[in-house]
Ligand binder design. Sequence first.
Ligand code: GLA
Length: 421
Amino acid sequence: MPSLLLLKTNEMNRLLITICAAFCCWQTVAAQQFFGKPKPLNDSLYNTLAQTPPMGWNSWNKFGCDVSEDLIKSMADAMVESGMKDAGYKYIVIDDCWQIDRDSMGNIVPDPAKFPSGMKALADYVHSKGLLFGLYSCAGSYTCQGRPGSRGHQFQDALQYARWGVDYLKYDWCSDEGQNAQAAYATMSDAIKESGRPIVLSICEWGENEPWKWGKGIGHLWRVTADIRDCYECLFDWGGVGIVNIIDKMADLYPYAGPGHWNDAEMLEVGNGGMTRDEYITHFSMWCMLAAPLMAGNDITKMSAETKEILMNKEAIAVDQDPLGQQARRFMDMGDHEIWAKPLANGELAICFMNRSELTWHLDYDWRKNAIYYAHEVSFRKHEYKVRDLWQHKDIGTSKTNLKADIPTHGVLMLRLTPVK
Ligand code: GLA
């Protein structure tokens, strides 16, 4: 009798163990299903990922397809060592040509010769420097350099980016195959949200489908022109444009910019050698006035003092990053001479005199005879402003006296005006 009881107890134990094991196993599977599927990002978080225009570095303008793990690491190092990180630059973005294929499961494959440690390790490296990591893809089946695009793989790719630790996605528009642009970008936007990772989406369809009209809520910034060229004023047959051409395109788009959603005037060419110092200062100043994203596009491991001075002008950057997020308006257009104004969050004003002519602009400007019409009228007759030159980094008078300056050909005078109490 006792042995029968023992046997029964043993059987009971075995049964209990089996039940427990089955329960544990079920729990693990359930847990995997529950925790393995990321929690989608909600719209309110997604929409606030770029409250000020994104700042960083992108490989394309200088290096084209010549990207590698070593190059990206050296740029991350330089971002910190040069002081650019302290000046506000934070994204390190690999543009086209990092990807080479898809595997048998359809997963995107980075070029193993160029990125032998893989993207997760590279993202970890960039993050270890206190920076953020970005990649490039394309809404079509192929990127502009003929690498695999994301069409048909958007959700799979976004999950992969999230696993790697991607923080920024530049999403291009080559081989679009007749897709509807808004729908194509909305698909990638949904895929990012499903991935659960806060990834900034940079819409890059060159302004062809007026993304400023539908991009807000889908992405955080949208290109407005074809690719920038390292020149002041130029239009290439095959689509490249100079900085003045971009500025003219941006001029009418001010209603569409604001915290979380920006008109993208293109990546910077400062330091790439095609323009004069004054032209680069105009390029940088106007991007700041236009609240444009500031993505350096030069070799930041080898910067001249002049390039550093421009890219790290903190007073100009403060205008770009102003929390009010208003894009400057061209409130006076006198042919080759223009005056742009951008109201700032604390009631101050950024003003930029831009000389497009081939001659020096001998400026003699009576503030009191020139009100600035913006959201409201800024009357220099009623109010006095302190005037600060943001490139000389010094106060140069007040609005009670005429502003006198020689603005070089293709140059600017960028000012910050503070009300005198
Ligand atoms: C397009 C984009 C560029 C760059 C290249 C890469 O031309 O507009 O900024 O990303 O593709 O192939």
